[in-house]
Design a protein around this ligand. Sequence first.
Ligand code: GLA
Length: 391
Amino acid sequence: MTAGSTAPRTFADVYGRPPDGTWRAPGRVNLIGEFTDYNEGFVLPTTLPFATRASVARRDDDLVRVASAQYPDGTSAATEAVRVSALRPGTVTGWPAYALGVFWSLHTAGCALGGADVLVDSEVPIGAGLSSSAALECSVGLAVRELFGLDLSLEQLALAAQRAENEFVGVPCGIMDQMASLLCVPGHALLLDARSLDHRQVPFDLERSGLVLMVLDTRVRHALGDSAYGDRRSACERAAALLGVRALRDVRPEDLGAALTRLDDPVLARRVRHVVTEGARVFEVARLLEASRLEEVGPVLTDGHRSLRDDYEVSCAELDTAVDAALRAGALGARMVGGGFGGSAIALVRSGATGAVGEAVRAAFAAAGFSAPRIFVAAPAAAVAANGHPR
Ligand code: GLA
């Protein structure tokens, strides 16, 4: 492969031999249940038809190297080989930390790992709130599990990937994204209890209802997002301690009013109100999906957005513009998804209205002076092929 070429690199381009195999893990969109996972509550994500693939070959020694097909011009050759046992949190930065962190996490948990060469290739939009990090961790995790014969359930693998992100990369995320990447199946949403990791598949048949789930990627990521995620998480832990519960999941919706009167800090009270009402919205949406009343999910999503915007305060002008424009153009409901301060919103739309909604969002972005959003259909998957690739 010559420098400057734009064709993706293959494993053989980078390592001069074929991989032992390729393992795939998809991104996700969360239908409802935002910032409930680290409060030990419930979430309801669904899979995206876009994935990260890890091609991996075992090595005879205990060295590991990673490379990305997204850097075809040689700006990022494989990382320097490092002994699995020498990996330490804080020593690796950028995307390689997510891949190497999985080796670190499994090795320090006592799994017997040898060395490996890894090439990752991702079609999940990065920084769009669609879980590209978890897709990367989980594709590598699945490869390592199989190649080294590790006796780990998907739940254990998800926890190992989360630990890689928390401790090796240094992002205090919850467990939703890793569980979604490993356990979501097309045509369903995953109702997950983030405390026990109990889960069940809830039918999510958009096609039968003549509906489409659109992703409105603002393509912005405000710097505030990184610190705000941890700040919100600590605020929730502080509120739980003040209320005398293990986690905010333990505040029942019917006890919310009384709980709020016990919190002097109005900011803390708003955070609690979001988490508790959002937990109730998860069950409401799961109930509507199970009853095949998909159109009624729309207003619940929009309520979720208002709660994230006003109570959790994690939205931004671009996300609010996308949501408002989609609703004005006839979307049944819309809300921001993921960690906030940029990334994507989702809109639940009748299949005939996707063009109008897309146009309205593009026009609103242009009128506000924002750069153009990236808009695509997340589900049903068949519509995606017609609509093209999100990259
Ligand atoms: C990010 C985190 C998740 C979750 C969401 C918000 O995606 O990785 O664990 O907390 O934000 O719901």
